[in-house]
Ligand binder design. Structure first.
Ligand SMILES: Nc1ncnc2c1ncn2[C@@H]1O[C@H](COP(=O)(O)OP(=O)(O)OP(=O)(O)O)[C@@H](O)[C@H]1O
Ligand SMILES: [Mn+2]
Length: 392
């Protein structure tokens, strides 16, 4: 069982006689991560041409890792890596090749987490001018020298082992037992992964997690009300906090983002409490995007198609990215080229973005037609009524 496995692996780690490397810490009040934290405002995580983000990306990409800690949440092993300048980043290891697709029969909630989806989602979010995803970079991490040797954490050391092919591996998921199919292995020590810049801690910048009104059922057979009631949005529109301000429009932005990346797993969203109800929605955890390039999951767009509303700024941006000079796939390809783990997305996934963008614009167009004909009917009825009162 699990505990026996853990004991064996701890023993193996102890026998390997690992000595912890102690790196020197340099403190600098001018670091990129601190500037990133200070720049967060009620509209976005960073501003449009913020040089801080470029520096932060560089630092996450290359800076010495001084410690590694396992994040306890979820079923997947995620590591919090600390850099020499005390910046922290969440590391998600590579679990899938770029050209591997999610099999047809796999449910969205058991799908693998893709490090390249995290990277691509950050770039897409920036291109859409949302700036609601914390900066993410790809990095080849030496899991022996940069993780195993710098961790003081026994739980983390305990999941490391050497594979029959002599590669260094660790279990990325131990549900009940640590199964080798859930291991992530270096080659022999180098492993690709995504690094997402940490947000300020919850004690300085508290966040709350709110279930999405368009949450899916996390069972094999369940159906949620939004899936069966075409007037679901009318109910949501009456309810706090969706009955005023921008919140519903923000949800619709998020659904467009998720439709473009093909993410069906957005069960919750987070907001900073300091900015109140008008604050932006954080788009955290995009690792289940980009699973199937040939599938456009229209149900993800339900908030848009059922509510028939969109921010003007979002629509203008989407229309711009549908033009041939600024084609979304071209802008994305160019942007992703900057990441050291390039290519991040295969061509079919890039081209799917253009196809999906057109589908979003088509839904908007259908809404305009629907609302116009409704308005037409209302005006005609008003005219008839007026005529009748005159005749009487
Ligand atoms: N860049 C970040 N900075 C700080 N906290 C983060 C960051 N990214 C994610 N988190 C927090 O960590 C939690 C788990 O991360 P994430 O959802 O990406 O991983 P997961 O494997 O899907 O875990 P879970 O099953 O808990 O959702 C998130 O809900 C969020 O609160
Ligand atoms: Mn998650």
């Amino acid at each position: 069982d699990y505990s026996v496995h853990m004991k064996l692996y701890s023993l193996a780690a102890a026998l390997a006689n690992i000595t912890v490397t102690n790196h020197e810490v340099t403190y600098d009040p001018d670091t990129s991560w601190l500037k990133f934290h200070l720049g967060i405002n009620r509209y976005a995580l960073y501003s449009r041409d913020d040089p801080t983000v470029l520096q932060l990306i560089k630092d996450m990409q290359s800076m010495t890792v001084i410690s590694a800690v396992v994040k306890p949440s979820g079923h997947h092993l995620k590591l919090a890596l600390k850099m020499r300048n005390l910046a922290k980043a969440m590391f998600k290891p590579m679990r899938q090749q770029r050209d591997e697709e999610t099999p047809e029969d796999v449910f969205y909630f058991v799908d693998l987490q893709r490090h390249n989806a995290e990277i691509a989602a950050f770039h897409l979010d920036r291109i859409l001018d949302f700036r609601r995803v914390p900066p993410v970079v790809g990095r080849l991490v030496n899991i022996t020298s940069e993780v195993l040797k710098v961790t003081q954490n026994e739980d983390l050391r305990a999941v490391f082992f050497t594979s029959p092919a002599n590669n260094t591996c660790f279990f990325a998921k131990c549900l009940y037992v640590c199964k080798t199919e859930y291991a992530a292995c270096g080659s022999p020590d180098l492993l690709e992964g995504s690094l997402s810049a940490y947000l300020p801690g919850l004690s300085i910048a508290p966040r709350i997690s709110i279930p999405s009104p368009w949450i899916r059922s996390y069972t094999f057979t369940g159906r949620e009300e939004w899936e069966v009631n075409p007037f679901y949005c009318d109910t949501i529109k009456q309810q706090y906090p969706y009955n005023s301000g921008n919140r519903l429009l923000n949800i619709i932005d998020m659904s467009i983002f998720d439709f473009l990346i093909g993410n069906m797993d957005r069960h919750h969203y987070e907001i900073f409490t300091k900015f109140g109800d008008e604050g932006f929605l954080l788009h955290l955890d995009n690792a289940r995007g980009f699973g199937k390039h040939a599938k456009d999951e229209m149900s993800i767009l339900s908030p848009l198609s059922q509510c028939c509303m969109i921010k003007q700024s979002t629509l203008l941006r989407l229309q711009l990215l549908a033009q041939s000079e600024f084609r979304l796939s071209d802008v994305m390809r160019e942007s992703l080229q900057e990441d050291s783990l390039r290519p991040i997305l295969t061509e079919p996934h890039l081209l799917a973005l253009d196809r999906r963008l057109h589908k979003v614009l088509r839904v908007v167009h259908q809404c305009v037609r629907r609302l116009a004909s409704q308005r037409h009917r209302q005006l005609r009825q008003a005219r008839i009524q007026k005529q009748q009162t005159q005749n009487n």
